[in-house]
Design a protein around this ligand. Structure first.
Ligand SMILES: *Cc1c(COP(=O)(O)O)cnc(C)c1O
Length: 714
């Protein structure tokens, strides 16, 4: 071999070695909540990192050889690589909260957690919104706390959709085709045959690792299936009702079969939303086939079942007409189960006296789960009233639906820029996954000027992000030069900044602040006490009203008086969510009470000294104490138009009389001390209480372990 060939070979080996080491770290989603790991990936090639939506595998794959070769001999990079490797290894072998606090037979609990979507990172697009964000955060906290949980979901070829806002404000839905090789998922080699009607559809099982947690994701886009069946897992919440029932069979039944094929034997099944409720029907029918008497089989299935309902909005509860249900569920009727088709249909019926009543997935879930809960105290109450007929009761307080208030996984949503501040003032172990840690109480140890300046730093970072995004958006959509100029100079780093980002479901009333245009314009026009807004939001592709709301806001943002002060950015995803919730001073939330079951986005700003201004709906009534933020409205009206007027006026009043005076009343050093007091109150009352660590502790003690004990008795 020539010398040159030898050198070349050595170089190739070095490139391979560094790429392998980096891929190892990327192959477990643990990096999505570790800022050192993210910095390491970004350092490979910052432009590529951004261009791939911070996808480490793509960044490593696309990085030029010469770059990897340079890194392979870059001392500083190698040192960071080693440090991250060690952090990951230490994390995986550390003793956890579950190890330490759970004793005896409870240690044998094994929870299967079913959900139709998981938001783990923006580069892994198998989520649409709040439900997915909650489920992703649930897995990360389960990992941190060492809860023995296995996740089950679907792997979507085209994800949800990418949103582009056209120059006229209309929504364009883009469906990228994803290459699964770009994702850190492994092929388990398992394919399960799922009985669907009289046929079988095959689902391939992928594995995604989220720290200690394994998530199994089912995919029907494989050769064994007909072209139509291959499409079942193409789109999240896409297609018609028939696609939906097929997806739900793959999730609920296929997911259960996948666990069996993997030799995983859960004692507890947590159905996160009704989408996976066929899990119960499948397990029930298996017991019947074994000859277990019907009543006993039902009790056995119910014992380990936990069901979480997530919305009071009727459209959020899947219903299938009887004909469709009959077509897809006939396999559960017959001699082997002893059930008639009508018996099967009744398990999902909301009205047993009406043979044509639709088959409802929430009813099915309630029938097969002994334990059920809403996602905030108020939502628990709303749900008890909503499902009272199902239980045949007259007193809502007796309805067996409890609540566990949602939370967020702090490390996922925390801006890395603020970490050093907390390390300095909240030490020692402010970030340790300790369920009862109350390190946030020390927030008032942070000097007011330091916190105030940090706020400005994060606001400035958001403004830079918004400008960049809007310039790109304007260029991409061929908007006039005027728009590009506005984008480059818009928003001001010393101005009170209010954020609003949501799925644009109509009950969230995104355009509420524009209710009285004259009044809003007068407020915004102020030169000594200005205010500015950043909006983002996606409506479901079929939700034309939600899209119209977005278009209205885009149009308003271009009007004189608003231009440059109101920004609307496209494609609300986890990254936009992180930037907005870490950058704004105030997080606005104005749903129609009590339609917001919990909401979690408002839990993110307090990690960064942000303050909530919200209708007393969802989680906010549990937190609001007059000192840690603002409550909009208070009176309930029957007519929505009256409610809108009242709530909008309440918001303007708060803005004019409370927010602006407090934010702009600064001391000699330029610090708004009263505002900083609110920031600290917000941090102290929200961050620990509304975290998924607290939430998982509640689920474990109130739901998982009791369900496990009941299941063992069966
Ligand atoms: C936090 C978050 C949500 C949840 O928001 P709510 O409107 O409060 O339910 C949804 N989508 C994204 C991208 C988020 O970051």
């Amino acid at each position: 071999m020539t010398k040159a060939a030898q050198t070349k070979r050595q170089q190739q080996a070095s490139i391979q070695q560094i790429a392998d080491q980096l891929c190892d770290i990327a192959s477990n989603f643990w990096w999505t909540w570790n800022s050192s790991a993210q910095r390491l990936f970004a350092a490979i090639d910052p432009m590529l990192w951004e261009a791939t939506e911070r996808n480490p595998l793509q960044t490593i794959k696309q990085a030029p050889d010469h770059r990897l070769l340079t890194l392979a001999s870059d001392e500083a990079f190698l040192k960071n690589l080693k440090a991250v490797q060690k952090q990951f290894a230490d994390y995986m072998k550390s003793k956890t909260w579950f190890d330490r606090t759970v004793k005896g037979k409870d240690k044998k609990a094994r929870i299967a957690y079913f959900c139709a979507e998981f938001a783990i990172h923006e580069s892994f697009p198998i989520y649409s919104g709040g439900l997915g964000v909650l489920a992703g955060d649930h897995l990360k906290s389960a990992s941190d706390l060492g809860i023995p949980l296995t996740a089950v979901g679907l792997m979507y070829r085209h994800g949800y959709y990418r949103q582009e806002i056209e120059a006229d404000g209309s929504t364009k839905a883009v469906y990228p085709e994803y290459d699964f090789n770009d994702f850190p998922i492994e092929d388990t080699g398992i394919i399960v045959p799922v009985p669907v009607g009289r046929r079988r559809i095959h689902a391939k099982v992928w594995l995604a690792k989220v720290g200690r947690i394994e998530a199994y994701l089912l995919d029907t886009d494989i050769e064994e299936n007909t072209p139509k069946d291959r499409e079942i897992t193409h789109f999240l919440y896409g297609g018609d009702n028939e696609t939906r029932i097929r997806q739900e069979l793959i999730l609920g039944v296929g997911g259960t079969l996948a666990l069996q094929a993997l030799d995983i034997e859960p004692t507890v099944y947590h159905l996160n939303e009704g989408h996976a409720a066929f899990n119960g029907l499948h397990r029930f029918s298996e017991l019947l086939k074994e000859g277990v008497p019907s009543e006993e089989a039902m009790e056995t299935v119910r014992a380990g079942g936990c069901f979480t309902t997530h919305t009071p909005v009727p459209a959020g509860h899947d219903r299938f007409d009887v004909k469709m249900a009959r077509k897809y569920l006939s396999q559960y009727a017959g001699e082997d189960t002893g059930l008639s088709v009508n018996d099967v249909l009744q398990l999902g019926s909301e009205d047993l006296d009406n043979k044509n009543a639709p088959f409802c997935m929430t009813v099915l879930a309630l029938n097969f789960c002994e334990r059920a809960n809403g996602v905030a105290e108020l939502h628990g109450d709303t749900s008890r009233r909503m499902w009272i007929d199902h239980f045949g009761l007259s007193d809502p307080d007796e309805v067996p639906i409890g609540h566990v208030t949602n939370g967020i996984h702090s490390q996922t949503w925390l801006a890395p820029e603020i970490e050093p501040l907390y390390t300095k003032y909240l030490k020692p172990n402010w970030a340790s996954p300790n369920a009862d840690s109350d390190w946030w109480k020390k927030a008032d140890k942070i000097p007011a000027d330091v916190l105030w300046n940090t706020r400005k730093m994060l606001r400035t970072r958001l403004i830079r992000f918004v400008r960049e995004r809007l310039v790109q958006q304007a260029i991409k959509h061929g908007q006039p030069l005027e728009d590009i100029v506005t984008a480059q100079t818009m928003l001001d780093e010393n101005t009170l900044t209010i954020g609003f980002a949501r799925r644009f479901a109509t009950y969230k009333r995104a355009p509420l602040i524009f209710h009285d245009m004259k009044r809003l314009k007068a407020i915004i026009a102020s030169t000594d006490r200005p205010v500015q807004f950043v909006f983002a939001g996606k409506a479901h592709p079929a939700d034309k009203d939600g899209q119209k709301y977005l278009q209205q806001i885009v149009e308003f943002s271009k009007q004189p008086g608003f231009r440059g002060r109101i920004a609307v950015i496209e494609n609300y995803d986890m990254q936009v969510g992180r930037m907005l919730t870490s950058g704004v001073d105030v997080w606005l939330n104005n749903p129609l009470r009590p339609m917001e079951a919990s909401g979690t986005s408002g839990m993110k700003p307090p990690l960064h000294g942000g303050i909530n201004c919200s209708i007393l709906d969802g989680w906010w009534p549990e937190s609001y104490n007059k000192k840690n933020g603002y409550a909009i409205g208070g009176k309930q009206f029957d007519k929505q138009s009256e409610q809108d007027t009242y709530d909008a006026n309440s918001f303007y009043d708060i803005l004019e009389k409370q927010m602006l005076p407090t934010f702009y009343k600064t001391n000699k050093e330029g610090v708004a001390t009263k505002w900083v007091d609110m920031m600290e109150a917000s941090m102290k009352t929200v961050c620990a209480q509304f975290s998924t660590h607290r939430m998982l502790g509640d689920y474990t003690s109130q739901y998982y372990l009791p369900a496990h004990r009941d299941a063992l008795k069966k």
